[in-house]
Ligand binder design. Structure first.
Ligand SMILES: [Fe+2]
Length: 242
């Protein structure tokens, strides 16, 4: 009989190869949506509506990551996996999660820079009550969940950011509207720092809590649900767009 792997051993394991199929499905959905098309051709009004409309999520995300980080230290995980296992996993992930949180705080500021490139002033132009579709997206990500689901949802956010950025950065119409500084949020999400990406780290933390091998259909359903919520939210932001 195979020995049960520890949390840390599962964290150190390679990602399943089918993750790439999940990324491709998300990229296709995002790049083929109307909102991405309008940004691609450099429609400034659409871009302004998106920057304002999605702001609540961007503003909340660093806090959501912070809550996720704290939830790992829950007593129930210690009871289920044992103190030694939890401490060794937390040792491996603590620094990384702190980094993800501070990076997301930087990205929040870069989002405002993109707004500035479109003539938007913070906080004056960002006070709009979020649309119900945007609230639903935030709720879906922030909802209380088990660690596997929670970290899959964080990975979904990384996949969304990377997909939209990889789609838009090659468009000269898009980059011409935003200029160098305004493009920074998107440029950053297309390059990987040396080492493991945030998406991979989130997935590895989530998979560490999997009993047995991760199941593709379940992981795909969790990730695509967040991607679908995002696309619906982004499309809703454009309801005022001519
Ligand atoms: Fe980000």
């Amino acid at each position: 009989m195979q020995r049960k792997m520890s949390l840390s051993e599962r964290f150190d394991s390679l990602l399943p190869p089918w993750m790439q199929e999940i990324r491709v499905e998300a990229y296709q959905k995002i790049s083929e949506s109307r909102f991405a098309g309008l940004c691609y051709v450099g429609n400034e009004e659409a871009m302004r509506l998106l920057i304002i409309g999605l702001w609540q999520f961007v503003d909340d995300f660093p806090h959501i990551v912070g809550r996720g980080k704290r939830c790992l230290t829950r007593l129930s995980h210690v009871e289920m996996h044992g103190m030694r296992e939890m401490i060794s996993l937390l040792r491996k992930t603590k620094k990384i999660l702190r980094e993800i949180q501070t990076d997301e705080e930087d990205h929040r500021n870069l989002w405002l820079e993109t707004g500035r490139a479109l003539g938007l002033i913070y906080p004056e132009n960002f006070k709009q009550e979020p649309l119900p579709e945007v609230k639903n997206w935030i709720k879906a990500v922030d909802e209380e969940s088990d660690p596997l689901t929670m970290f899959l949802k964080f990975a979904a956010i990384e996949i969304i950011a990377e997909s939209i950025s990889k789609h838009l950065i090659p468009s000269s119409n898009f980059t011409a509207v935003l200029g160098k500084r305004g493009c920074e949020w998107f440029r950053l999400h297309t390059v990987h720092h040396p080492g493991v990406s945030h998406e991979e780290l989130a997935l590895r933390i989530g998979f560490a809590f999997c009993q047995g091998d991760p199941i593709k259909n379940l992981c795909n359903a969790t990730i695509q649900n967040i991607v679908d919520h995002f696309v619906i939210a982004a499309e809703a932001c454009l309801t005022l767009c001519p």
